[in-house]
Design a protein around this ligand. Structure first.
Ligand code: AHR
Length: 831
C-alpha cells in the first residue's frame, strides 16, 4: 500500500490549528534568516531535473519489477531453481543445451509411463520451482502459467499436465489442468514434430508469501520450461511489471529513466556486459546475463521493455551503453567502432528509426512500430582514464555524425571531444552532502551540464534512515538552485529485494514477494519531484555558525604520475614542529612505489591514488612547505592536509584532471568534495616547485613558487539548514523547500521580496520523525512518510519553525506585480 500525503490526524480541528499557528509565530527568536527574491527570478528549473536510475541490481528487475515469478524459467541457467522428484519408476532427466541433437534447447526429458509393474507407488514426476525467494500470492489472485513441451519424433503424450501452487506446509493453494494451445504439429513454425504451449490460470485460495509452483506431467514429454505471471500487472498489460512496484516508481514522477545500470552495463567481464541485442524478441530466445551483482537475469526486462516502461511513465529514456570496457577487460581500440559504437548506433535506430530502417523494422516486428524518441545516451559507466578518453571520442564522432541531436553523457571529464553532460556519482555521509549543498554554486556556467547520475548516503544509513534522506535533501536544494548547471539527477539504487543475500544498501524501494515500502530517501525524492516549480527564485539562508580551525596531519601523493618530494616541513607559530630531513622521514606510504630516505620521498609508480601521510592530527594553524618535482605521467602532485583518517582529508591537487587544473578538494567517507574553484594550471616535468600551504583558523592559503594560487575560508562543519525556492507559475505559488538536519527545531524568519501580495493560507508538506535513525520497514511502512497540512499566517515576512530533523516544502500562494510571471519565466528558460 502506498501512503499519500495527508493532513496529519493530530492536526485536524481547532487544537491542531492552534498548534500550527504557534509554530508559525514561535516565541523563540529566529536563528535562521531566509530571504527569497521573487522579483529577480533565476534560471528555469531543468525540465528533466529529477529522474530515476534503474539498475538490474538486488533483483530489481528479475524477481522484482518484472513480474515473472519463476527462477530460471527457460532452463537457460541449467537446472538452477528446479527441483525434481520421481516415484514408481518414472524418470526425469535434465538435458543441457546442445546435449541432444534432436532438441538442442535445454529441457527435462520426462517419462511417467508405469513401466514397472511391481512398482508400489504410481509413476509420478514432480517439477518444483520456488521462484525468487518464494512465490508471493494473494487470496483470490490469478496467475497465468505457460509452459512449452516439444518432441522431435516418437510418442508424445502430454495430457494431463497439472500445475499447482503449494504452501510451505504442503497445502495446495491452487491447481489447474493445463490446456494445449496450437495445433501440435507445426512443421512450418517449429523444428519439432510436436510443439505445444500448455496454458492455464491458477487462482490462489489463500495468501502466501513463500509458495512454490509444482508441475506434474501426466505422461511422456520434453519440457522446455515456462513462465508464471500475475494477471494483475501495471497498466493491466499482460506479462508486464509488478503493479505495486511500478506504481511506486510512477509516484516519483520521474522525468527520465537511466537504465539498465551501472556496473551491470559494464559486467565483471565483457562476456557478462549488457548487450541490448540479446534482450529483444521472444523472451524465451533471449540470452541470459550473468549479473555481477550475484545472479542470472533472463532479460525478460530487455531493451524494448525499458523503452516501453519509460513511454508509459512519460519519462525520457536514458540508455547507458557499454563503452567497450568492463571491470576486468576491454575491447581493443581498433575494434571499438565496428563493435560497441555500431551497437550504440543500432540501439538508436532500434529506438527511433523509421519502420523501413533495419532496426526500426525489427522494433515494429517486436510489437512497437512507433518510435520512442531516445535522445539521451550515456557512454559507459564509471569508466575513466586515458582508455575511456580515447573510446569516448570514437562514440562521440560516430553518434554526433549520424544523430547530431543526441545528448551524450560522459562518465568523467574528457579532453578528447566536447561533452554535453558529465555524470557525477556520490555515496558518502549526510554531512558530506550537507556541505556539498553549495558545491554547484561556483561551477563554471559555460562548461558541460552536470548529471548527478547516482547519489545516496551510504555510511550509517542502515536500510535507509531519516538522516540519510535529510543529507540527500540538503544536496537536492543545491542541485535545484543550480539547475542551469545540474540538469539531471537520480538517486541510486532504486530497488532491493530484501531477501537478496548480495544486496546493496540502502535502496529507495524495498520489497519482498508481496510487500513493498519506500525509505525516507524515496519520500524525499517524491517530495521534490512532485513539487518542482518551474523557475528558481534566488534565496539566501543565514544560520549562525562559529568558525572552527582546520586541523589534521599532512601527506604527499600522486595520481598516474611519478615524482619526488623533499624539504617537507611543518611550522607552527614560527617554530618547526616536523621535518622530513636526512635523518628520517616519518611518512607512512599507503599505495605506490615509494623510496623514502635521505630527506627525499620518491614515488615511482604510475598508478592512481599513491600517497604517504604522517604528523599529528591535532595540528592547527600550521604552514606546510616542501619542494616537489615530477618525472613522468599525466598529472602533478597531491599535497594533503587536514588529514584526520584514511578517508578524511583535504588535498591541494596540483595539475589534476590530466594536468589541467589546480584544485582544492575534500574527501570524507569516500566522497570527494570541492573546496574552491579550479584554477587553470599545469605541472612540468623535471623541475622543482616550491609548494606552501598556510592554515590559519578556517583560512587556507596555497602558494606555488611563492605565488598565491588559492585563498579560501572553509568551515569543515556542515550547514544544518538548506534552502531552495522555486516558483510554480501556473499555480501562482512560491515553493520554499527547507531542510533542518539538526536535533533542534529552528525558528526561521522568512522574507519574500518582490511580490505584490502573499496569501495568508498555504500548505506545508513535512517529512520528519522522532529519531534521525528512524526507518520504514515492511511491517511499518509509514513510520517516516511526508504529511501535508494547511498553514496560516503567511505574509511577506513571517516566522516558521522547521521541526528537528525535517524536510519541509511550504507552498506559498503569491501574486506578482508588473510583468507577468509567465513572461519572465519564459525569458529565462535554461538552454
Ligand atoms: O548504484 C550501485 C552501483 O554504484 C552502480 O552500479 C555503479 O555505477 C556504482 O558504483
Amino acid at each position: 500500500m502506498i501512503p499519500v500525503y495527508r493532513t496529519a490526524p493530530w492536526l485536524a480541528g481547532r487544537a491542531a490549528l492552534l498548534a500550527l499557528l504557534a509554530s508559525l509565530a514561535a516565541s523563540a527568536p529566529a536563528q535562521v534568516r531566509i530571504n527569497v527574491d521573487a522579483q529577480h527570478p533565476g534560471p528555469a528549473l531543468s525540465p528533466v531535473q529529477h529522474g530515476i536510475f534503474f539498475e538490474e541490481i538486488n533483483h530489481a528487475g528479475e524477481g522484482g519489477l518484472y513480474s515473472q515469478k519463476l527462477l530460471n524459467p527457460y532452463l537457460s541457467d541449467g537446472q538452477a531453481g528446479w527441483h525434481v522428484e520421481t516415484s514408481g519408476g518414472a524418470t526425469a532427466e535434465f538435458i543441457p543445451r546442445g546435449a541432444d541433437r534432436q532438441i538442442p534447447e535445454p529441457h527435462f526429458r520426462v517419462s511417467c509411463a508405469q513401466l514397472d509393474p511391481l512398482a508400489v507407488k504410481p509413476a509420478v514426476v514432480t517439477l518444483t520451482n520456488g521462484g525468487h525467494y518464494g512465490i508471493g500470492v494473494r487470496k483470490g489472485e490469478r496467475l497465468d502459467v505457460c509452459l512449452r513441451v516439444v518432441e522431435h519424433g516418437g510418442p508424445t503424450i502430454v495430457a494431463p499436465f497439472v500445475a499447482r501452487l503449494v504452501a510451505p506446509n504442503g497445502d495446495i493453494l491452487a491447481s489447474a489442468d493445463l490446456k494445449g494451445v496450437g495445433p501440435g504439429f507445426q512443421p512450418d513454425r517449429s523444428p519439432y514434430a510436436w510443439d505445444k504451449e500448455l496454458v492455464g490460470t491458477l487462482t490462489a485460495r489463500a495468501t502466501e508469501p513463500k509458495a512454490k509452483l509444482q508441475l506434474l506431467p501426466g505422461n511422456i514429454c520434453c519440457f522446455l520450461g515456462g513462465t508464471l505471471f500475475p494477471v494483475d500487472t501495471y497498466h493491466n498489460r499482460p506479462r508486464w511489471l509488478r503493479r505495486d512496484l511500478a506504481e511506486m516508481v510512477a509516484g516519483m514522477k520521474p522525468s527520465f529513466v537511466r537504465f539498465p545500470g551501472g556496473c551491470f552495463v559494464e559486467g565483471d567481464c565483457l562476456a557478462h556486459r549488457f548487450n541490448w541485442k540479446e534482450t529483444i524478441g521472444d523472451p524465451r530466445d533471449r540470452m541470459p546475463t550473468t549479473d555481477l551483482w550475484g545472479y542470472v537475469t533472463t532479460n525478460g526486462l530487455g531493451y524494448l521493455e525499458y523503452l516501453t516502461w519509460c513511454e508509459e511513465m512519460h519519462a525520457e529514456p536514458l540508455f547507458v551503453v557499454n563503452c567497450g570496457m568492463s571491470h576486468t577487460d576491454f575491447v581493443p581500440v581498433d575494434r571499438i567502432v565496428d563493435g560497441p559504437v555500431q551497437s550504440a548506433l543500432d540501439a538508436i535506430e532500434y529506438a527511433n528509426g523509421d519502420v523501413r530502417t533495419h532496426w526500426g523494422a525489427i522494433r515494429a516486428a517486436n510489437g512497437h512500430p512507433k518510435p520512442f524518441h531516445l535522445r539521451l545516451m550515456e557512454i559507459g559507466n564509471e569508466n575513466g582514464g586515458p582508455r575511456y578518453n580515447e573510446r569516448y571520442a570514437l562514440f562521440y564522432d560516430a553518434i554526433k555524425r549520424a544523430h547530431p541531436d543526441m545528448t551524450l553523457i560522459a562518465n568523467e571529464p574528457v579532453t578528447s571531444r566536447p561533452m554535453d553532460m558529465v555524470d557525477e556519482h556520490f555515496y558518502p555521509t549526510p554531512e558530506f552532502f550537507a556541505r556539498q549543498s553549495h558545491r554547484y554554486d561556483s561551477y563554471p556556467r559555460k562548461g558541460p551540464k552536470i548529471y548527478v547520475g547516482e547519489y545516496a548516503v551510504v555510511p550509517g544509513a542502515g536500510r535507509g534512515n531519516l538522516i540519510a534522506a535529510l543529507g540527500e535533501a540538503m544536496f537536492i536544494t543545491g542541485m535545484e538552485r543550480n539547475s542551469d548547471v545540474v540538469s539531471m539527477s537520480s538517486y541510486a539504487p532504486l530497488f532491493v529485494n530484501v531477501d537478496d543475500p548480495h544486496k546493496w544498501m540502502p535502496d529507495a524501494i524495498n520489497f519482498d514477494t508481496l510487500r513493498s515500502y519506500g525509505t525516507p530517501s524515496y519520500w524525499v525524492q517524491r517530495m521534490f519531484s512532485s513539487n518542482r516549480g518551474d523557475t528558481v527564485l534566488p534565496s539566501t539562508c543565514e544560520t549562525p555558525r562559529a568558525s572552527a580551525p582546520i586541523n589534521g596531519a599532512i601527506g604527499i601523493g600522486t595520481w598516474n604520475t611519478t615524482a619526488e618530494f623533499k624539504d617537507v616541513r611543518v611550522d607552527v607559530g614560527g617554530k618547526t614542529v616536523w621535518t622530513g630531513d636526512s635523518a628520517g622521514f616519518p611518512l607512512a606510504p599507503h599505495n605506490g612505489d615509494w623510496k623514502i630516505s635521505g630527506g627525499s620521498a620518491r614515488q615511482d609508480s604510475l598508478a592512481i591514488n599513491c600517497w604517504a601521510t604522517g604528523g599529528d592530527p591535532s595540528w592547527t594553524d600550521y604552514t606546510l612547505s616542501l619542494k616537489a618535482r615530477k618525472f613522468s605521467g599525466s598529472e602533478g602532485f597531491i599535497i594533503r592536509f587536514h588529514v584526520r583518517g584514511d578517508d578524511e582529508f583535504f588535498d591541494w591537487n596540483l595539475g589534476g584532471w590530466r594536468n589541467r587544473w589546480h584544485n582544492l578538494q575534500s574527501s570524507e567517507g569516500g566522497g570527494a568534495g570541492i573546496i574552491a574553484d579550479n584554477i587553470d594550471g599545469r605541472i612540468e616535468e623535471n623541475r622543482w616547485y616550491d609548494i606552501r600551504i598556510e592554515l590559519s583558523g578556517p583560512r587556507i592559503r596555497c602558494f606555488l613558487d611563492g605565488k598565491p594560487i588559492q585563498d579560501v575560508t572553509y568551515d569543515p562543519r556542515p550547514p544544518l539548514v538548506g534552502v531552495v525556492s522555486t516558483r510554480d507559475t501556473r499555480a501562482g505559488a512560491i515553493l520554499l523547500k527547507m531542510v533542518n538536519m539538526g536535533p533542534q527545531p529552528q525558528p526561521a524568519s522568512i522574507a519574500i521580496d518582490g511580490v505584490r501580495s502573499v496569501a495568508a493560507d498555504g500548505q506545508a508538506i513535512v517529512l520528519t520523525s522522532g529519531s534521525p535513525k528512524d526507518e520504514n520497514t515492511l511491517d511499518a511502512p509509514e513510520r517516516v512518510v511526508p504529511r501535508s497540512q494547511a498553514v496560516h499566517g503567511l505574509a511577506s515576512l513571517f516566522t516558521y519553525t522547521l521541526p528537528a530533523y525535517s524536510v519541509t516544502i511550504l507552498k506559498i500562494p503569491a501574486k506578482w506585480g508588473g510583468a507577468s510571471a509567465e513572461a519572465s519565466a519564459a525569458s529565462r528558460r535554461s538552454p
